[in-house]
Design a protein around this ligand. Sequence first.
Ligand code: SME
Length: 158
Amino acid sequence: MDKQSKYRELLSQIEVFANVEDKAISVLSNCAAVMKMVFPKEYFWVGFYIVDGNELVLGPFQGTPACTRIKHGRGVCGTAWKEGRSIVVEDVEEFPGHIACSSLSRSEVVVPIFSEGIVVGEIDIDSTELSTFDDMDREYLEKAAEIIAPFMARLATV
Ligand code: SME
């Protein structure tokens, strides 16, 4: 299956979880699981960070243990939050202030999740290879973020 077909499949799976309308933490957990299932090699680490005041706090994820809290403006995640935009990083070593949760991470994509125009959380994905993510990843992950937004909004403290 090519990447676009995988993303279409992923979005339809996320829609299914979103339509169940269960606890937000359960929906996000299943979303992280299905993301890892669809992209087992490309997504070394995939998960959510949730806005908690002036920090991001770790949410449901699949992968190695990660930083629990990230300050506004710090690292890729904190920068994507501060700037309110998705960030694709081809080489994490070239990103000023990158927070290395795992030394195996080489490239990354971070997509903010908006609710009523405010960032309430993020999707964060790391790869062990350089330049894994491109505009197609960003576009589909932004669509995923829209579906996930109402659940993330319930968990966030903004
Ligand atoms: N690399 C991220 C930190 C989170 S971990 O990758 C899971 C950053 O610089 O924001």
